[in-house]
Design a protein around this ligand. Structure first.
Ligand code: NAG
Ligand code: CU
Length: 158
């Protein structure tokens, strides 16, 4: 009897995890979409303004690591394109940055000149909405898997 009870409790927990796991995992935003993280041809301000970022979401920066990097800087250094005092620097060519707190994140490319050419993006992160109803709205866009590439995890594409 007790066994059956705890089993069904366990099952219920599994179902709960399955139901809420998706929203807890957050949305993955590939910076620049198919263009990736580049110094030419992408208006990252427009890209960022078309999206909503929440705590728990993550950013993916895809680029050629020989040519670029991802440098998180202060708001002031973002305006100045000055990467000499990085808060964090990512250099793998395929970096995932989890947005763990609300507020403004400032990313630039630390390679001289690139930020000035527009390789910079500011991400305004909103607190997680804990309301049970609010979360599922952006459903169609949320797929973390881009259908074109079979194994996106470790493949630098730009
Ligand atoms: C960047 O900031 C550092 C330290 O604040 C300063 O020494 C340097 O001159 C700045 N570089 C540029 C290109 O403004
Ligand atoms: Cu660059």
């Amino acid at each position: 009897m007790a066994l059956i009870k705890s089993k069904s409790l366990f099952t219920s927990l599994l179902i709960l995890v399955a139901l809420f796991g998706v929203s807890v995992g957050g949305t993955v935003h590939k910076v620049g979409d198919s263009n990736g993280w580049t110094m030419m041809g992408v208006d990252y301000k427009t890209w960022a303004s078309s999206r909503t970022f929440q705590v728990g979401d993550s950013l993916v920066f895809a680029y050629y690591k020989d040519f670029h990097d991802v440098t998180e800087v202060t708001h002031n250094d973002f305006q100045l394109c000055n990467s000499s005092k990085p808060l964090t620097r990512y250099q793998t060519g395929f970096d995932t940055v989890t947005l763990t707190k609300p507020g403004l994140y400032n990313f630039i490319c630390g390679v001289p000149g690139h930020c000035d050419l527009g390789q910079k993006v500011q991400i305004h992160v909103l607190p997680t909405s804990l309301g049970p109803v609010a979360a599922p709205v952006p459903g169609p866009v949320r797929s973390p898997r881009s259908s074109s590439s079979p194994s996106p995890a470790n493949t630098p594409q730009y």
